[in-house]
Ligand binder design. Structure first.
Ligand SMILES: Nc1nc2c(c(=O)[nH]1)N[C@H]1C(S)=C(S)[C@@H](COP(=O)(O)O)O[C@H]1N2
Ligand SMILES: [Mo]
Length: 504
């Protein structure tokens, strides 16, 4: 080993200590923000995750969706957490450096607190959670400085104490802010502060429809009933947007004679109806679980569009409060629906509170949530996903999924799933238990009312000894058989027949 001057060694050690303390400060800042905001748009990592999702190249996003699936969304959040920590740690380093130049022990921590709070506020627009982030950063620096000061500077012990002080402050601060967040959660997401309709005829109709769905559901272990219990959620946001119904409005713009704006109350005062509508995401895998059904209450879109007197134009662009937008033919909008309730409850934040669009028969992506604008267009434009290479605005592909394989007490095997073909409807589902050599009709659940609703299918058989391949395929209401040719979700939705090898 070469000889190193002690001064140089000390400086290197000091720099190392500063990095550790800054890193701890960054973590404390993120923890403080999270403790107050929890996982909402007020949390410092949320806008970073959103910005990654919106700005990464389309190919990267498509890889994340098609190959990584839900893991992709998790990785996005992890990346955002690391970036948020780095950002606050960087500010802490600036604070440490400034503190060394300015007299007064707490100058550095104070600068770091202020800058971190301001930067976090600029990112999130949330005051309390931003202050918590700043105080997190500052208290670690402060703790490190104070404890280090109990030993002469430049001694080894001073450096150790600096790191120890930082770590202790980070821990104390984390616990403190968590407790604070429990009590003053003004930056936290609360469920929408509005009640579902009390209109007796609406409530009665909803109850009757839900009871009908319950009754028509085939009771199959491992298979969602006709009204999904856990409705999938897909959107470009790391945390659900929090929109105040009182401040929200929906405007019709573009190639229209008039540009009416509707408030939440105005929409809820129109004549409501309830409809079953099934949604399916174009980016899911062939036998994925991003296919669900609910009973939605709201109003036909044309009730709001007609007063605008749209020219008979080619298409519309729907825009959401999260910056999402999708374009599709005006003709598809004509049967569209605006929902503000889901299964008899106020529309949950994750599904678009206050109001979302439901466009029958098309892929999920044009069912814009947190809807704020309906723009009538004179020419075609690309939507959010089309700009990233997808073609997900058209009618859905026909699919029969296989989600349940159950052993019956009499030795038979029961296979079951859902089938969906948008507004074409499902006429028939067939099952093969010999890899596609021979086919038999599956039992279908009784159809629910509505133009765009899935069905359940079920088939029971005596399993041949050993391994066999079950294949399932649907025929839609027009008599067309589900296409056998396999294609990936990208760009226009998965196709093929679902098959599964079963060993008995
Ligand atoms: N505003 C907005 N609306 C949106 C999205 C979005 O990211 N932002 N995602 C779309 C996609 S890709 C799908 S599949 C459906 C899913 O609706 P859900 O989350 O209620 O199941 O919402 C659509 N509406
Ligand atoms: Mo989707």
């Amino acid at each position: 080993m070469t000889f190193l001057p002690t001064e140089w060694l000390a400086a290197r050690r000091r720099a190392g200590d500063a990095l550790v303390v800054a890193w701890l400060a960054g973590i404390a800042g993120v923890v403080g923000s999270f403790a107050v905001a929890s996982f909402t748009p007020s949390f410092v990592a949320t806008p970073i995750a959103d910005s990654l999702a919106r700005n990464l190249p389309g190919a990267v996003i498509t890889f994340a969706i098609v190959v990584l699936g839900d893991l992709g969304a998790k990785l996005n959040v992890v990346a955002a957490l690391v970036l948020a920590t780095l950002l606050l740690a960087g500010i802490a380093l600036v604070g440490i450096a400034a503190g060394r130049r300015i007299d007064g022990q707490l100058a550095g921590p104070l600068i770091a607190t202020t800058v971190s709070s301001v930067v976090t506020f600029v990112l999130t627009g949330a005051s309390l959670a931003s202050i918590a982030a700043g105080v997190g950063v500052g208290s670690v620096l402060g703790g490190a400085t104070l404890l280090a000061a109990t030993k002469p500077a430049a001694s080894d012990a001073s450096g150790r104490r600096r790191v120890l002080g930082g770590a202790a402050s980070a821990l104390a601060f984390g616990i403190g802010s968590y407790l604070l967040g429990e009590h003053v959660g003004s930056d936290r997401a609360s469920p929408p502060d509005v009640a579902p309709t009390t209109d007796e005829s609406v409530v009665a109709a909803v109850d009757a429809s839900l009871a009908e769905a319950d009754e028509k559901s085939l009771d199959i272990g491992g298979l969602e009933p006709l009204v999904s219990e856990g409705f999938y959620q897909v959107d470009i946001n790391a945390a659900d947007p929090i929109i105040d119904a009182d401040e929200w409005s929906l405007t019709v713009t573009g190639a229209v004679e008039d540009e009416p704006t509707y408030s939440y109350d105005e929409i809820r005062n129109l004549d409501p109806e309830s409809r079953f509508v099934t949604l399916r995401c174009v980016g899911e895998s062939l036998n994925g679980k991003k296919l669900d059904n609910a009973l939605w209450t709201g109003v036909p879109i044309m009730d709001l569009l007609e007063p605008a007197a749209p020219a008979d134009e080619c298409c519309v662009m729907l825009r959401g409060a999260d910056g999402f937008y999708e374009e599709f033919p005006l003709s598809a909008l004509r049967d569209g629906f605006l929902a503000y309730e889901m299964n008899g409850d106020v529309l949950p934040r994750g599904h678009g509170f206050p109001v979302r669009a439901l466009i029958p028969g098309h892929w999920g992506e044009i069912n814009v949530k947190w809807l704020t604008e309906i723009e009538v267009l004179e020419g075609e434009q690309d939507g959010y996903w089309e700009k990233r290479g997808w073609h997900g605005t058209g009618p859905v592909e026909t699919v029969a999924k296989l989600h349940a394989v159950n052993d019956l007490t009499d030795g038979r095997v029961e296979v079951a799933g859902h089938a969906y073909a948008g507004i074409r409807g499902i006429k028939r589902v067939e099952v093969s238990t010999d890899g596609g050599e021979s086919w038999a009709d599956a039992e279908l659940s009784e159809p629910l009312p509505g133009d765009d609703v899935w069905r359940q299918w079920r088939y029971r058989y005596d399993p041949p000894p050993g391994s066999h391949e079950v294949v399932v395929r649907a025929t839609d209401g027009t008599g067309s058989l589900q296409p056998e040719e396999e294609s990936d979700a990208f760009p226009s939705g998965p196709t093929g027949w679902v098959s599964r090898t079963i060993d008995r």
